[in-house]
Design a protein around this ligand. Structure first.
Ligand code: NIG
Ligand code: FE
Length: 425
């Protein structure tokens, strides 16, 4: 029942859902397209819908009752479940070694989060071989896919030497095209007390080695990491080499991060936990997305950013996991959606948009984050009648099936859904 041939077009001889064939998703109880012209409201919601995928792209969207006949090497009958675009996790540090559970426990016992914990992961990462780093990354990427993530950005930043930063980016590039050079995550231990020398290394030899392996340059602009001038210098050095800019901004305290990001024309200012009015105004006048990372605020017991204030000011907002072993060891985008709704004052509609189209915008991509005709066919089927359940049923694994570019990347049991016969809903 999960996948069966359409009459007249047998599946035989072709791998199903390998991205090259075509698939018809039938009996979709609620389809979120993120295309307002294709359905109701800003999410472009359609009910009792079908969706056709051809060669990894969305080829047709419409009412199930008028599904084109004779298309589709395979049918995926979702039996009334909801379908949403794949989540775009635009901020992770998923290439690392070791874990910092004791640091987490100490925090929960009252110790504050300090950026200094990064050095423990730097040491473990430098000591790990490629095989171990790759195995951890692949485990995390699979974990992310199992909860609906179809695009995963991945930063370096736990190497902090020319060789190790390049090594991390090479490994990250085996699972994603969205690779980010974060040599300016903290001053490397060898350069303690000489931050300007480290910035010179990052802006010179390190970027020479790393820019060809990355799409983006990022910097941790925060007291204890890099100040405004150093951050701007790193971003300039990266953008001169053709990288797009993004910034870790205003995570631990009010500071210059957002201003630096906007002045650099960054695609995204990430964290934004401590914003002043002038930061919100700067973001509102720019193309820079505010990427909020509520799982990090959760795991560091920090206050949550106020998404409502940003949205009301017209700032584009994304939600991402910040997956890393220190401040946010999760790959779970539905958790971020639930926190976005409960703690960041977003509506469920805004939170889903931020986790899909918002993430795409933070990566300056227009082929993902939506299910318009021509989009990459990143399709998530929920064991729920509506996307509302992503926030309404926090902590429950609702992702029943995941396809990326028309290729199935997670389990799909499918079959009749305990939600009842689809026509009745
Ligand atoms: O985004 N803020 C800087 N970097 C990471 C934390 C890294 C760590 O603690 O290992 C973040 O939260
Ligand atoms: Fe981060």
């Amino acid at each position: 029942m999960a996948e069966r041939p359409v009459a007249g077009r047998p599946v035989a001889g072709r791998p199903v859902a390998d991205g090259s064939g075509s698939i018809v998703f039938r009996h979709i109880g609620e389809l979120v397209t993120n295309d307002p012209s294709a359905g109701e409201g800003p999410l472009g919601v359609r009910r009792q819908a079908a969706l056709v995928v051809e060669t990894g792209r969305v080829a047709w969207v419409g009412a199930d009752s008028v599904t084109p006949q004779g298309v589709g090497d395979a049918v995926v009958d979702v039996d009334g479940r909801a379908v949403v675009p794949g989540f775009v996790d635009s901020h992770t540090h998923a290439v690392f070694a070791g874990d910092r559970a004791p640091e987490f426990a100490a925090r929960m016992a009252g110790r504050p989060y300090e950026a200094g914990g990064i050095s423990a992961t730097v040491e473990a990462t430098r000591n790990a071989d490629d095989h171990e780093l790759r195995a951890t990354l692949e485990r995390l990427a699979a974990e992310a896919a199992s909860t609906g993530t179809t695009t995963l950005e991945c930063k370096s930043g736990y190497g902090l030497s020319v060789e190790d930063e390049a090594r991390l980016l090479r490994i990250a590039g085996t699972v994603t095209d969205e690779t980010t050079f974060l040599g300016a995550h903290m001053v490397a231990p060898e350069y303690m007390g000489h931050p300007d020398d480290y910035v010179a290394l990052v802006c010179g030899e390190m970027l020479d080695a790393c820019a060809p392996l990355a799409r983006w340059v990022d910097v941790f602009c925060e007291r204890g990491a890099f100040d405004a001038d150093q951050s701007a210098e790193v971003l300039r050095a990266g953008t001169r080499r053709g990288l797009g800019a993004r910034v870790h901004a205003n995570q631990l305290a009010p500071g210059p991060g957002v201003r630096v990001a906007v002045e650099a024309g960054a695609a995204s200012a990430d964290h934004c936990t401590y914003l002043r009015e002038e930061d919100v105004a700067l973001l509102a006048e720019s193309r820079t997305v505010a990427t909020l990372l509520p799982a990090c605020d959760f795991s560091t017991r920090a206050p949550y950013p106020d998404a409502r204030r940003l949205l009301d000011a017209g700032v584009p907002v994304a939600l991402a996991t910040d997956c890393n072993p220190g401040s946010s060891y999760t790959t779970n985008m539905p958790l971020c959606i639930a926190l976005g709704v409960r703690e960041l004052r977003m509506t469920p509609e805004e939170a889903l948009a931020a986790a899909t189209a918002g993430g795409a915008r933070a990566l300056r991509r227009d082929d993902i984050g939506h299910l318009r005709i021509g989009a990459r066919a990143d399709v998530v089927v929920l064991d729920a009648p509506s996307y509302l359940h992503l926030a309404y049923r926090p902590g429950v694994q609702l992702v029943a099936g995941v396809w990326r570019a028309g290729e199935r990347v997670g389990p799909w049991q499918g079959g009749p859904w305990q939600g009842g016969p689809w026509q009745a809903r």
